[in-house]
Design a protein around this ligand. Structure first.
Ligand SMILES: Cc1ncc(COP(=O)(O)O)c(C=O)c1O
Length: 459
């Protein structure tokens, strides 16, 4: 059996090593588009098969020109973490073991690592230790998981059993969000049958305005969910959690916090003050594939009331041989999926490899690099940093949208550093999201040099 895998795994190892070795210096953006890669892969399904190692080598040869070097320490696009070594190694084992991680008694080896990872995350973030933790594909699905749980819970409180009676005829659940929530909150809400949210004002950094939240909640009756944000993807700002949670709870609302990357501010004594009040919410979203630099895909849904999560996500079937009890749910009782890979295991490996001090150092390094990047960018001629850099995001712009876009394009084309473009507060911006475990002072200096060279090409 092992012999049958040997050549394919050796080929994969060889090409993975070459990819990782080249990551620091290769141009970051892909050089081939998807159609070119299809040509290189071969478009027609051949009649005859091919040896496994040849398939792996064919894939590496054909696809690599189209692979973005997202693991580069100078990659700042969207909000994308790298893959730190222990997590990557563990991820290989997860694929090799190929455990269908649905049932505790069936795959105890990987469930143990996932459950420990969940406990450690609660500890690092200062969240209630009795919360339950589900490993999903990303923050979008974590938001979905938590919003479905919230919906069912507030309806239950209003005397409506959504699990039995569905949503038709149910009291309307009011969903209240800040003007700069992430778009996936609306997407998750739509999938959860909550419809469009009531949007309340945000301040100049994108933080929800507590008085506006209070007004919106007072302006209606019935079950309510409030979604707050820890980490605005343009500014990195975190909503005034303590005040907003108190307002929402006074009105009987469930409070969910989308902290896809910003929840990790709570792990470090240097940034923890930004998240004051965090633990008083009812549910939280975060990602391991962002700040923690765990390979895709791993999102984390956390719910303070474990019974509520299991009431919404749990299921039974005679053939599954589940052993779920109130004390120990099965993994599938915490997430929408039944079958899934053991995606929490690389998170365990990342945390075990860094330890508490290393995790704090990671958060500090990302925030510190963002702050140094902002200082350096602001010293470049004509560059303005638009946000207060409190965590890991930096938005920079030139005097006109055209010049900003040209600067961004020149930077990406040169290939030494990659930041993505966006629009924020009515302007084109070049966004630097510092989310890779390997970004440090040296890489920040290289990034600033690349940004300066790109700027020189803009008329
Ligand atoms: C605040 C916030 N929420 C949700 C998401 C969506 O995350 P994912 O792509 O992991 O689903 C992001 C992505 O950047 C984000 O920044």
């Amino acid at each position: 059996m092992a012999d049958r895998h040997e050549a394919a795994l050796a080929a994969a190892h060889l090409r993975a090593r070459a990819w990782l070795d080249g990551l620091e210096d290769r141009p970051i953006a892909p050089r081939a588009d998807a159609e070119t890669v299809k040509d290189a892969l071969g478009r027609t399904l051949p009649d005859e098969g091919e040896d496994a190692d040849a398939v792996v080598l064919r894939l590496a040869d054909a696809a690599e020109p189209g692979v973005m070097a997202m693991g580069s320490p100078r990659f700042y696009g969207w909000v994308i973490g790298g893959a730190q070594p222990a997590a990557l190694g563990a991820d290989w084992l997860v694929s090799t073991w190929d455990q269908n991680t649905a049932i505790r008694a069936v795959t105890p080896g990987v469930v143990a690592a996932e459950e420990l990872a969940g406990e450690w995350i609660l500890d690092l973030l200062g969240l209630p230790p009795t919360s339950d933790v589900g490993f999903v594909t990303g923050a979008t699905m974590a938001n979905f998981t938590c919003l479905v749980t919230a919906r069912d819970a507030v309806l239950r409180q209003a005397g409506w059993d959504a699990a039995h009676d569905g949503l038709a005829g149910a009291p309307r659940v009011r969903l209240v969000v800040g003007a700069e929530r992430h778009d996936t909150v609306d997407h998750a809400a739509r999938m959860a049958g909550l419809g469009a949210p009531r949007v309340v004002e945000a301040d100049d950094q994108g933080r929800i305005v507590p008085a506006a939240l209070a007004g919106a909640l007072a302006d209606g009756m019935g079950p309510a969910i409030v979604v707050l944000q820890a980490g605005n993807l343009h500014s990195g700002a975190i909503d005034p959690l303590a005040e907003a949670i108190a307002i929402a709870h006074r009105e009987g609302a469930w409070v969910h916090i989308d902290g896809a990357f910003g929840l990790w501010a709570a792990a470090s004594p240097r940034t923890r003050h930004l998240t004051e009040g965090l633990a008083d919410a009812d549910s939280w979203t975060t990602d391991a594939h962002k700040t923690l630099s765990v390979p895709y895909d791993c999102g984390i849904a956390i719910v303070a009331d474990a019974r509520a999560l299991r009431a919404s996500m749990g299921m039974t079937a005679a053939y599954l041989q589940t052993a779920a009890s109130v004390d120990h749910a099965d993994p599938h009782d915490r997430v929408p999926e039944l079958s899934r890979r053991a995606r929490g295991v690389p998170t365990w490996a990342a945390l075990r490899s860094m330890g508490r001090s290393g995790t704090i150092a990671l958060v500090d390094r990302l925030a510190g690099s963002a702050s140094r990047l902002a200082i350096g960018l602001a010293q470049l001629p004509g560059v303005e940093v638009l946000n207060d850099v409190v965590f890991t995001q930096v938005c920079a712009a030139l005097d006109t949208d055209e010049r900003t876009d040209a600067w961004a394009e020149a930077l990406r084309t040169a290939g030494d550093a990659y930041a993505s473009s966006s629009r924020w507060r009515g302007r084109s911006v070049l966004r630097f999201s510092v989310s890779n475990w390997a970004t440090d002072d040296h890489e920040v200096a290289r990034t600033l040099a690349a940004a300066s060279r790109a700027l020189a090409t803009v008329r």
